[in-house]
Design a protein around this ligand. Sequence first.
Ligand SMILES: [Zn+2]
Length: 460
Amino acid sequence: MTDTSPERIEIRCKALFDGKAILDDARVVVEGAHIISVEPNCGPPTKRPAADDRVGTFLMPGLVDSHVHVCGYHEGLPAGQPFEPVKHFLRLCIANGVTTLRDTGNALETIFYAREWAERYDGPRVFSAGPLLDVPPLTWAFSRIVRDSVDARREVGRLADEGVDLIKAYRRIAPEQLAAIIEAARERDLPVAVDSQLTPVRDSSRLGARSLEHMANIVDPDTTSNDNGDASNGPAGRSLRWSHVEPGSDAVRSLGETLVEHGTFVVPTLLVSRRWTFFDELVGDPHLGLMAAVMPYHRHLTTLSNPMGAMIGKRFVRKYMPIAELSRPDRRKAARGLELMGEVMCAYHAAGVKFAAGTDSPNPSLAPGFSLHQELAEMVRRGLTPLNVLSAATSAAGALLRRSDLGVIKPGALADLLVIDGRPDRTIEELGRIQAVMKNGRWVDHEAALAKVAEAAADL
Ligand SMILES: [Zn+2]
């Protein structure tokens, strides 16, 4: 008689982070794609470990990046291998223990490709908004136009039929259009993520937005004491505008209360604000070389570390990238703005606002996967605890996606797991010491994934 029961894998660890809290000396059993049991305070093993069993220091759910755009480009003929960079994007995520992505705006064809490839080659799960909903003039070509409630119902309906997991209301969506989009999305049971320059965040929250993207946007006119000074457009402009925010003011506090009352998630993406504000931090990222496999222009950024390269590079940057060149006083002001942004994030977190961690990769110098580790470290630098940010990258992200089986370690949850040789719950940087990555109940070769990208990057 042959045994047809699915393979059981047993993992033991000194500390287990289940998405919310730490359990000591735990044992997790995985069967098929799911976790079937979680037991704390276990004694020594009673049977010989099987080949797939593991013993480690720290076990936690696979990481979720709650704000990415799975895309890139390939230098060469326009028709040549359009999805190579997408594969590299997904590989870099797996290499860094990121087993789930929430894509907040993309072409549907890219998403379909990414989902299928990830399924076949152990890439991360991809949840996506597909095309952005926006009002012309459009920022991105993969957008769909919503001017009124008729457009909203039609476009949300089409996207729902095409299989998106959420709806993204973008830059030029005003309150009236947002109300129509949220109503149409509710009929199709889809959550709505908002990144609008025209709808105040208080309105987005009250109307029922599931999430607000970018902490930089969480400034309503009434939360700044001086809104006229330097509210120039662009990310650096927003960092400057934040320097006028008063974290202790009634306006800031009451906006936080609105977010709590309506259960609105915030995906802060702190690092992307920094990188677009401070050029030296952008060109100082240690992963630019690998990032070139996804976005080849990064190899120009790598040359900016020497004076000659910096001269040529500055010309390149001025021509192709809308990065503000800040005067010294403005630089100080922007730095203060980013500090205040962190302070408000911590105050809102303490007040009960829900945060999920996201990066906005592949924005400049935000390498897929690596950038989530950097974002979590930045959130800790701004005042959250390592345990807070581990939750933001696991269980809170699962909650944002309305998936109680993701980002948690409990019986019945999907077996997306990381074995870490360190204690990231004490020192967040130790999250990088990844020993093993499991997705869907199977160990995946995260080192081979990184090697493939490194090889492609070396060929550029
Ligand atoms: Zn984005």
